[in-house]
Unconditional design. Structure first.
Length: 365
């Protein structure tokens, strides 16, 4: 109920600001302090007629069925100068309920909160500390920033956010971005109880031309207490190619291993490739098609409890229409096909496929 009230307020307020502005400027255009807001409502219908109107546990965004819901509604303030930067954002919605379920109290609505200081006058070298978006993957929790309406299996089952400290460098020509991170674990603000070791991450992004982006991100750490420690090693790679003014593609591949037991040399592996093709025939419209596969035969990330565990293909197609510069309507059809019967239907039985249609309306200012 709180999420619906918040979105109503945001939508009502939108008319008070110019449509070509995504931020409210305080005092003057040169002010270092800015505020912005984002809200995305959706309706999804799952043909499996789910028992409790909640999508499978491997899906965290847009996960309510047959009801009008708010995926994400957020308010954000930013402060930026030549040497200092800070962000604070609070949010609500079904995305927050699912992804922040392990965070206590107000941390369950703490979408972003970080502060950074520039370490060098002559180069773009920064140290940031706090809660910030994940360095893994090309998808964001903010729906309008993604090519597809729903998130891929890869995005849903890797961190959306993380907390800790990171040092980052961007080259003067913006072709290189390098980052090293010390983290509180695999998508945690509050570390796992009993876990006394930090996690670590790296990111390298290279843009050899305006039409090509290449990215490599890593994670090393444990998501369990010290007594049950299992080290996890993960690598995310993606490439974005602008094939023409209207056609682009993204190719991604994730692979990870985790110890089978504490101090064990045996590893459980999972991996997932995906590809998205996007066509923008006009400035107001876009079409995207996604193909993906997720193989977690040991149940490290997604536990299905079946003989073959989680081995699932996915296909989706979506259409976008920009009603105005800050109002986006989308519709998407998506199907998942698994090797085992892992998708529960309303009579308690299971089947090997899951098909659903989702539509959303997103606004930002």
């Amino acid at each position: 109920m709180k999420s619906i009230v918040l979105v109503a307020c945001l939508l009502t307020s939108a008319s008070a600001f110019p449509q070509d502005s995504n931020k409210i400027i305080i005092n003057a255009p040169s002010s270092p302090l800015t505020f912005g807001a984002y809200a995305e409502t959706y309706y999804s219908y799952d043909f499996n007629n789910l028992i409790d109107n909640t999508k499978p546990s491997s899906l965290y965004s847009f996960n309510k069925n047959n009801e009008v819901s708010v995926n994400l509604a957020s308010i954000k303030g930013s402060y930026t100068t030549d040497s200092i930067r800070a962000n604070l954002a609070l949010a609500a919605g079904t995305y927050m309920n699912a992804n922040y379920a392990a965070e206590p109290g107000i941390l369950g609505n703490f979408y972003e909160g970080n502060a950074g200081i520039k370490l060098s006058r002559g180069s773009n070298l920064w140290l940031d500390v706090g809660v910030f978006p994940s360095h893994i993957g090309f998808e964001s929790a903010v729906g309008k920033d993604n090519w597809t309406l729903t998130r891929s299996l890869a995005a849903e089952n890797t961190p959306y956010f993380e907390s800790g400290a990171k040092i980052s460098y961007t080259s003067d020509n913006d072709k290189w971005f390098l980052s090293a991170l010390v983290l509180n674990g695999w998508q945690h603000i509050k570390p796992v109880d009993g876990n006394t070791i930090p996690a670590f991450g790296t990111q390298i992004t290279y843009k050899p031309s305006p039409r090509v982006t290449l990215n490599s991100s890593t994670f090393l750490g444990s998501d369990k207490s010290d007594s049950a420690r299992r080290m996890r090693y993960f690598h995310n790679f993606y490439a974005i190619f602008k094939l023409s003014d209207a056609l682009s593609t993204t190719i991604g591949f994730d692979i990870g291993v985790e110890q089978r037991a504490k101090d064990s040399s045996n590893m459980n592996m999972w991996f997932n490739p995906e590809m998205i093709l996007r066509y923008t025939p006009t400035i107001k419209t876009a079409i995207a098609i996604r193909a993906e596969y997720y193989d977690d035969k040991h149940g490290v990330i997604i536990a299905s409890g079946t003989s073959n565990r989680f081995k699932t293909w996915g296909l989706s197609a979506n259409f976008d229409y920009n009603i105005t510069s800050n109002l986006l309507w989308r519709i998407e059809a998506r199907t998942l096909q698994s090797k085992d019967d892992i998708f529960i239907v309303n009579d308690g039985s299971a089947r090997d496929s899951n098909t659903f249609i989702t539509t959303s309306l997103a606004t930002s200012f």
